[in-house]
Design a protein around this ligand. Structure first.
Ligand SMILES: NC(=O)c1ccc[n+]([C@@H]2O[C@H](COP(=O)([O-])OP(=O)(O)OC[C@H]3O[C@@H](n4cnc5c(N)ncnc54)[C@H](OP(=O)(O)O)[C@@H]3O)[C@@H](O)[C@H]2O)c1
Length: 142
């Protein structure tokens, strides 16, 4: 098995990568910033630079992987489109990528309470709404 981890430099992604490396699973880490990844990730991890919002940067990297693990998330901030773009459109790009490459295992790190519209986390530009919409689309894909 070889794993393609997206969002590998994030809090959750780093932990996922460490667990996989600890179990001797080869990892390809898709990151936005190579230097940050080199400082953050364990030795032996293959680092590839890409952005989920730019599908053309994703294709080659995933070629020989069997599982795609998505641990991306929009960073809290003042851009009201960030959760829509990163957590919804970006993840859809990854789903399409996995489908186009015949990768049948897609693990999405989502969130609790995605179906609760009146949840405080939705003050961050409706992030749970976008995650929930993605869940519905993923179910249709299956
Ligand atoms: N932390 C928790 O307790 C927790 C609990 C439940 C669910 N989750 C979910 O887990 C996911 C990750 O959360 P986290 O706390 O680990 O967040 P985080 O530390 O902010 O990490 C987010 C990761 O996403 C990457 N990213 C953002 N935009 C991207 C883009 N356009 N293209 C490629 N990568 C991009 C970031 O890259 P950079 O490093 O370059 O910024 C970073 O590696 C989220 O979906 C979150 O809802 C987290």
């Amino acid at each position: 098995m070889k794993a393609f981890v997206v969002g590998a430099t994030g809090g959750t992604g780093k932990w996922i990568v460490r667990e996989l490396v600890g179990k001797n699973v080869p990892v390809v880490a898709l990151v936005r910033n190579r230097e940050k990844a080199q400082q953050t990730l364990p030795a032996g991890v293959e680092i590839l630079v890409g952005d989920v919002l730019q599908p053309e940067t994703l294709g080659a990297a995933i070629a020989d992987c069997d599982v795609l693990i998505c641990a991306t998330g929009a960073a809290p901030g003042f851009d009201p489109t960030a959760p829509y773009r990163v957590d919804y459109e970006g993840t859809k790009n990854l789903v399409n990528l996995a489908k186009s490459k015949g990768i049948n295992h897609f693990i999405l790190v989502s969130s609790l309470c995605v179906s609760q519209v009146f949840h405080p986390l939705n003050l961050f530009w409706l992030i749970l709404v976008w995650k929930n919409k993605l869940k519905i689309i993923s179910a249709k894909v299956e």
